[in-house]
Ligand binder design. Structure first.
Ligand SMILES: Cc1cc2nc3c(=O)[nH]c(=O)nc-3n(C[C@H](O)[C@H](O)[C@H](O)COP(=O)(O)OP(=O)(O)OC[C@H]3O[C@@H](n4cnc5c(N)ncnc54)[C@H](O)[C@@H]3O)c2cc1C
Length: 542
């Protein structure tokens, strides 16, 4: 008889690992299969955004991400340069984490933490749960599903054996080429490939000092052809860099790329470096038609493929994992209704579309940035004037890519079948600014409580019914939740700033920290409300 697991996760990139951790944290056993050995030679992701940090906070690992080896005093500035040893046109200051002031919208900010550190933190977190099994060098070859489960064929790539395994649910976190998505016959829609960048990884300690620049994390290279590439310091301590070349014809191969040419162009001279890797990839703008079918779901790059401009790819995938994770746990624990898993697509797909749209817009702002003249690099008064003008223009045109707190925290589940709308209008969706809101569907906003905790620290395990000063009792809601075996904790708060922000006396927050319902009085039919937020609205209406 094949073994049976509650959840089989395909893919051990950051999204699969995040899902394994989320399920383990909720006490759900799962098995993750990853075809590689998990080593990261050419890291993609470098920025863990504020929402991912809040999710890590819930899991108890935010401090580990915060204290990753990226130096605390290293500025996260973005500088526009003719080359690393050439002229600096302008700079967007972004303080390193030691100099960051607290912000009102979140206990966290975006964190520089490359995948070389983030993935191992997620892996350790997931592996800390006895019910989570992580299998490297293990590949999913095929699967079928029926009304009662999924049967998957696996290959152990180290030993050469094949194996059949059964699962209640399968989640494909298997990246852009997703076998799981293709096997489900789900199309990927959108512009598709919008560029063929080349990433060159190299080591060069003290390069910034050697090139006479003030420290920054990101140097965007501009010459008379426009913005042509970028240099990013991934690990300042060990001098690990990534040079990304945007304007290529897509015909290069790792063997034919003239690395030294691009390096000289980026650095403005010849510098000895230790080459680490060459990686040619496709910049994409695409979204899957749907996020799964029946017992098989998809998350991360398997469903949304977006330009890294704006740093939203993995971060959107981590939030996918947090959404599907609590829903799978609820269904496997027996209190989630038949519509709960269906709501995953309804809630997350529009968020994926928003991320794809914004990332593509950011990229096109850079791609279409006007060409200038050779004077840009000249040591002359004309050159200085031109650099000053273009420097300001760059801050205006490209700056929004680096001011995205609204994009990170302002997404919401509009029209979700498991949230109860309260008739209030949608707040603005501005990528640069977040309008904190406890309107159903929104991320329940952060506020610091009297004891210094974030209100977000109350959320996570089950539903939380907040009762602000003078609220009617929540007994009917608690009783309905008990009747349906929905985990719910009632928390009374005498906290005027929080009460003002949340705007209603009773606010029901879901296990993922999104608002499900709010009002000044208990609902007329508390059982119907609880059924709706647990995904059994249709069942109770029958
Ligand atoms: C240059 C660059 C910079 C980026 N910077 C950022 C950033 O700063 N912030 C951000 O949020 N995002 C960023 N991204 C995007 C981010 O890297 C991706 O969105 C993220 O890696 C997606 O994670 P994933 O787990 O969904 O997929 P992947 O990372 O692609 O992982 C999928 C995994 O599935 C495995 N797999 C596939 N098929 C099978 C199979 N059949 N059986 C077993 N295993 C399988 C693969 O081996 C792989 O390990 C960047 C991307 C690039 C290219």
């Amino acid at each position: 008889m094949p073994r049976r697991v509650p959840v089989l996760i395909v893919g051990g990139g950051p999204v699969g690992l995040a899902l394994a951790g989320e399920l383990g944290w909720r006490g759900i056993a799962c098995e993750l299969v990853e075809q590689t050995d998990g080593a990261i030679v050419a890291p993609k992701m470098n920025e863990v955004n504020a929402r991912s940090m809040e999710i890590c906070r819930r899991w108890g690992i935010a401090d580990r991400v915060f204290n990753c080896p990226f130096p605390a005093d290293f500025p996260l500035d973005v500088a526009f340069v003719t080359s690393l040893s050439g002229h600096e046109l302008s700079r967007l200051p972004r303080p390193g984490r030691n100099s960051q002031q607290p912000v009102p919208e979140s206990p966290h900010r975006m964190q520089a933490c490359s995948q070389i550190w983030f993935d191992p933190i997620l892996k350790d977190f997931a592996a800390s749960f006895p019910g989570v099994r992580l299998r490297y060098r293990c590949r999913l070859d095929a699967f079928t599903q029926s009304a009662t489960g999924v049967t998957a064929q696996l290959s152990d790539l180290a030993g050469g054996q094949t194996e059949q395994i059964e699962a209640d649910y399968l989640v494909g976190c298997d990246g852009a080429g997703s076998l799981v998505r293709r096997a489900l016959g789900i199309e990927i829609m959108g512009e598709g490939t919008i560029g063929h960048p080349i990433n060159l990884f190299f080591r060069a300690p003290n390069l910034i000092e050697r090139c006479g620049k003030k420290p920054a994390t990101f140097f965007l290279g501009i010459d008379q052809t426009g913005l042509w590439g970028s240099l990013r310091i991934i690990d300042p301590v060990n001098g690990l860099w990534r040079l990304m070349i945007d304007s290529t014809d897509g015909n290069a191969t790792p063997e034919t790329v003239d690395r030294e040419f691009y390096l000289r162009r980026a650095l403005g001279g010849s510098f000895a470096v230790e080459w680490v890797d060459v990686n040619i990839w496709r910049r994409r703008s695409a979204l899957a038609q749907r996020y799964g079918r029946d017992r098989v779901h998809l998350a991360g790059d398997a469903v949304h493929q977006l330009s890294p401009t704006g740093g939203m790819g993995m971060n959107t995938g981590v939030a996918d994992a947090a959404d599907i994770g609590w829903k799978l746990a609820a269904v496997l624990d027996g209190w989630g209704g038949a519509g709960l898993l269906e709501s995953y697509d309804r809630e997350r797909r529009p968020v994926g579309a928003r991320a794809v749209r914004m990332a593509t817009w950011f990229y096109k702002n850079a791609e279409n940035f006007p060409k200038s003249s050779a004077a840009l690099g000249e040591d002359s008064a004309d050159g200085a004037r031109l650099r000053s003008t273009i420097g300001q223009e760059l801050l205006r045109a490209i700056g929004p890519e680096f001011r995205t707190v609204g994009l990170q925290l302002g997404y919401r589940y509009e029209g979700s079948p498991i949230c109860v709308p309260d008739g209030t209008p949608e707040p603005p969706d501005d990528p640069a600014e977040v309008t904190p809101s406890a309107r159903p569907g929104s991320r329940a906003p952060h506020v610091t409580l009297r004891d210094g905790r974030s209100i977000l620290d109350l959320y996570g395990r089950g539903f939380v019914l907040l009762r602000f000063g003078g609220a009617p009792d929540g007994l009917a809601i608690e009783q309905a939740a008990r009747q349906r075996r929905v985990p719910l904790q009632c928390v009374g708060l005498d906290e005027p700033p929080a009460a003002a922000l949340y705007e209603r006396k009773l606010v029901l927050v879901r296990p993922d920290g999104h608002v499900a319902w709010r009002a000044d009085a208990p609902p007329v039919d508390a059982l119907a409300m609880i059924d709706r937020v647990r995904g059994a609205g249709h069942e109770s209406a029958r």
